[in-house]
Each structure stands twice: as C-alpha cells, then as structure tokens.
Design a protein around this ligand. Structure first.
Ligand code: DNO
Ligand code: MN
Length: 355
C-alpha cells in the first residue's frame, strides 16, 4: 500500500508540497487540475507541468482525484457523447503521461453532503458532520450558500462556484433520472471509455456516495456491497474498479466494510481510510482516524485490504481541524498527517504479521 495525501494544487491548497514530503512514509500525492471545469479536456501540457512541479519536491502523482463527470453524462441527455469524447481525450492525455489511476464519482448534482463543516468537539477541535433531520429541513440552494459561508474562503471539492449558480436548473434536469436510469448511464459511460482505459492500463475507481443513501430525493447508486457488485459486474473488466472510501461506505451502518473488501477483491484501485462516529440513524460525525475515536475498526479494515492483496494508493481522508489550522474543511495538514502516520503504523503491523 502506497501512502499518499490529497493535494489540490498550489493555487488552491493551504498545504504545500514541502510539508507533504516531510510526512514520514508519504511519497506521492493524489491531485487534480482543480481549475478545469467538468467536461473540458485536460491539456497534456498542463498535466505534464503539474507532474514536473510535484516531482521537483521528490513526490510522484499516484493518481487523480477526480476527473469529474459532466452532468450531461449522468443525466444521459443528447450532449453526453460530446462530453464522453472529451473525457476519453483527457484519459488519453493522462495515460500518455503515465498516470493510470482515476478516482471519480457518479453522484447527481452534489458530491459529498454535510450539514456542518465545523462542529465543535469537546477537545476544541472541529469536524464535518451530518444530520439527516437537519438536511430534511434545508433547501438544496440554501445548503450551497451555507456550505460556501463556512468553507474558510476555500473552494470545496464538488461544490465549485460554477455549479452553485446552476443548482436549480440542475435539479430540473435530473427530474426524470431515477436510480435505474442513472445506473444505465454509468454503464454506457464505462463501456465507452473501456477501450482507452485498456489501451493505457488506466484503472477507474468509482467513489461511493457520501452519505451512502439518497439525499434531496436524488438517486444514489454506489451505496453498499450489492450496488457496487452490480456496477463491477456490468462491465466486468479490471479497469472498472472502486475507491474503497471507509467514511462514505461506513456512514451507512448496514455496510460491513471488510465484507465489501472481500467481495471486491482485485477491483479496489484506491482506498480512502477515515473514521466516523455514528450518533443515531442518519446522523454521524467525522472523527480522528484512530479506531477508538469512531465507530470503524481501522485495524480490521487495513488487515482485510492487506489480505485481499490490495497494493494501490491509500490516503487519509478528511481530518479534524486542530491546533488552530485554517484550511479547506477536512483538508488541513495536521490531522491528515497524524492520520497518515497512524495508518502507516497499522499497515506495517499487518504486513509484518503476514497474511
Ligand atoms: C470528499 C471526497 C470526495 C471525493 C469525490 C470523488 O472530500 O471524498 O470529494 O473526492 O467524490 O470524486
Ligand atoms: Mn472518500
């Protein structure tokens, strides 16, 4: 397993590559071209400039998170082939640059959703949290505004301003898209990109829905073992894989993460290892990575990944905000660095114990 940190690029991230390279055991980043809107082709020059910048700090690009999918593809409207062709060109440019792991999601309108980006804990740290009851009282448009206000001035992944402007219109476009239609639109997309992925050895890693149930009456199709297996089987080739995000899958108490790891053996291409604390049905706080700080057994998860022969990139996921750090919520340096060190300890232990 290859420990990495997510990095949004020098223009957007409060964390520097110099800081990242000083975290023990972190040799690479998971990154993106954050300024390129979903649907546009990533120019090869931009990709290679980014590679150069990162390698100058002795780090490598271990994968992309994310090449976002344009809504036309998820909706399946008449513009989808145009956007799929652009996506294929981006994959070709990445493949030719030697980048072969791509994380993406297939959530309509919103990427992840939270009801609070800075919930205070007893120790003074803050975390992201989710409360379905609260979400049920909020209108999606107001939700965007609230998220924007609490983002410490950063642009949040999946909540980019150009989408903020279009949210009402987007809801309208999704009104006839139920979960079956969304699933078939995903399969159509995967079949279309299969040749380019296979040519360059690209591994696509779909990110689970977060939280792992429908939000704002929008369909969700990557929520647990059954739905994930259905996707993997629909296009049964190694390129069609999964990002095992423990926090997203773990939000739904019915999910047994170790069982999902076993069932998807060979198809996990990337792992997000983070902990959450269940408070009540539909209600959870994010937590420190440590098992006993939350509801997930991180040791069992790392052990299951090792036993399943997983050897791709992993990263700590959202951290708490601690020690007064001001950053993009969930993406500060301090708690993610602590998380990386803790997870590296677990990885070393399970690997030395052997399979
Ligand atoms: C939240 C992340 C998500 C994830 C995307 C993948 O912080 O886990 O934004 O990166 O859903 O496309
Ligand atoms: Mn994740």
């Amino acid at each position: 397993m290859d420990m990495t940190l997510r990095w949004f690029g020098s223009r957007y991230d409060s964390v520097t590559l110099e800081q990242i390279r000083q975290i023990p055991g972190v040799e690479g980043v998971i990154t993106t071209l954050y300024d390129i809107p979903a649907g546009e082709v990533w120019p090869k020059e931009r990709i290679q400039k980014l590679q150069k910048e990162i390698s100058e700090w002795g780090l490598g690009i271990k994968g992309i998170e994310s090449v976002n999918i344009h809504d036309a593809i998820k909706i399946g409207n008449k513009e989808r082939d145009y956007y799929i062709n652009n996506y294929i060109q981006t994959l070709r440019n990445l493949g030719e640059s030697g980048i072969t792991m791509i994380c993406y999601n297939f959530m309509p309108v919103f990427d992840w959703t939270r009801s609070d980006l800075a919930k205070k804990r007893e120790d003074g740290s803050t975390v992201l949290s989710y409360d379905q009851e609260l979400i049920d009282t909020i209108e999606p448009v107001k939700m965007f505004a609230a998220i924007d206000k609490k983002s410490n001035g950063f642009i949040l992944p999946g909540w980019e301003p150009e989408r903020l402007e279009k949210v009402k219109d987007l809801f309208e476009q999704y009104k006839d898209v139920d979960s079956e239609k969304l699933f078939h639109n995903l399969v159509y997309f995967l079949q279309a990109i299969q040749p380019v992925c296979e040519k360059y050895g690209i591994k696509m890693a779909i990110h689970p829905d977060d939280p792992a149930w429908p939000v704002f009456q929008l369909p969700r199709i990557v929520t647990g073992k059954e739905s994930i297996l259905r996707i993997l089987k629909a296009v049964d080739s190694e390129f069609n894989g999964l990002t095992l995000c423990t926090g997203s899958l773990g939000s739904n108490r019915n999910n047994d993460i170790c069982e999902i790891i076993n069932a998807t053996r060979g198809r996990i291409h990337f792992a997000h290892l983070r902990n959450i604390k269940h408070l009540a049905p539909g209600k959870f706080d994010e937590a420190a990575h440590l098992s006993r700080d939350g509801s997930l057994d991180m040791y069992a998860i790392v052990k299951a990944l090792n036993e399943a022969g997983f050897h791709g990139p992993v990263r700590p996921d959202h951290g708490r905000s601690i020690w007064g750090e001001v950053s993009m919520p969930g993406y500060g340096l301090y708690d993610r660095a602590l998380g990386a060190c803790y997870l590296n300890g677990l990885i070393e232990a399970v690997q030395k114990q052997g399979v």
